[in-house]
Ligand binder design. Structure first.
Ligand SMILES: [Zn+2]
Length: 348
């Protein structure tokens, strides 16, 4: 992805993947009469071709897609585990700060929110407490609040003054020092506390609790939330909720014919002599193959039938394989092995 593409919103990023896929397989996809099904885990894209409010870029893309006969179908994350395993490989994860993808990620986070972390510079000459105190004294809004308290008002605009008090012209909320409505000051205060080594980028609740010991401003929780959502260190160290994926393992090289085999069902074919499914069984070493016409409309693909077909068409002439690659779930393979062993009187 280019740096500009890294900054696309998630809807556009997902859409971009579709465009790339169609561009990559353009010649094959244009020639087919069959409606192409595209499975995606971003539900909002299902109504893409019917959306009336599209940006210029999206309209350009939709025009490109109009050449194809396709349907976008939603598939939830849970059902999409195999695709995730391919796209979230451990070796795709950025290793260090020099990785340009880290920089693009940072750009994305900052442009999506209003916070200007780059403006927050450490000011060693003045403690943050002193800065808050000085601003409290001279800030216009704090002055207005002090005047409202002096008039015994219980509310000033949307701020409840019940727990507010003044002491030596300093505004407090209970025993906490009032922080003025100065965005940069609030950010500096949060940074000073959240980033210090003893706190070490604590999660939101702990940071709020620590700040609340001494400071207060209205909607402080919202400000702290936003700071931590934008905190680069917190974002990087956030625990991933994705299933951890191991590196893809390459298959061992076969030493004998038919030792490792690859199986697959080609389904939804047009009827031919009442058959519409082909089981392909390929020897990994020599690429010899069996095509077994197997299932009709009235039958289901069962594990027992698959085992019988292997015994009848493959293992009658070949030795039993030691490794089967099959794109069905691991449970299918496990039970298939059990059937095969049982039929061949092999005890496990
Ligand atoms: Zn942090």
């Amino acid at each position: 992805m280019s740096s500009a593409e890294c900054n696309y919103k998630i809807y556009d990023k997902e859409l971009l993947i579709i465009i790339w896929a169609f561009e990559h397989w353009r010649f094959k996809l244009k020639l087919t009469d069959i409606s192409i099904k595209m499975f995606i885990d971003h539900q909002a894209l299902i109504s893409l071709m019917k959306d009336k409010e599209l940006s210029r870029r999206q309209m350009r893309w939709v025009q490109k897609l109009a050449d194809f006969n396709f349907k976008i179908m939603y598939r939830s994350d849970k059902q999409n585990i195999k695709i995730d395993a391919l796209t979230r490989r451990a070796d795709f994860v950025p290793r260090d700060l020099d990785d340009e993808r880290i920089w693009y990620q940072r750009t994305t986070i900052l442009t999506l929110n209003w916070m200007k972390i780059a403006d927050l510079k450490k000011n060693n000459d003045q403690s943050i407490y002193k800065q808050v105190l000085e601003t409290n004294e001279i800030d216009e809004n704090c002055t207005l609040l002090r005047e409202a308290i002096a008039r015994d008002e219980t509310q000033y605009e949307d701020i409840k003054l019940k727990n507010c008090r003044t002491q030596n012209e300093i505004l407090y909320h209970d025993s906490q020092l009032w922080v003025s409505f100065n965005e940069l000051l609030q950010m500096n205060l949060i940074r000073e506390i959240h980033d210090q080594s003893s706190i070490d980028h604590s999660e939101i609740l702990r940071t709020v609790k620590i700040i609340k010991r001494n400071y207060y401003w209205s909607s402080m929780r919202k400000t702290i939330d936003q700071y931590i959502w934008n905190c680069y260190v917190c974002q990087r160290s956030k625990t991933s909720r994705d299933k951890s994926n191991d590196l893809l393992q390459s298959l061992s090289i076969s030493e004998q014919r038919w030792q490792n085999i690859v199986m697959n069902f080609i389904i939804d074919l047009s009827d031919s002599y009442n058959y519409n499914v082909i089981l392909t069984v390929i020897c990994k070493l020599l690429k010899e193959r069996h095509y077994i016409f197997c299932i009709t409309d009235d039958e289901d693909i069962t594990i027992e039938k698959t085992a019988e077909m292997l015994l009848q068409w493959v293992y009658q002439t070949q030795n039993l394989s030691s490794f089967i690659v099959f794109n069905w779930d691991s449970q299918f393979i496990f039970i298939l092995w059990k059937f095969l062993c049982k039929r061949l009187s092999i005890s496990l």
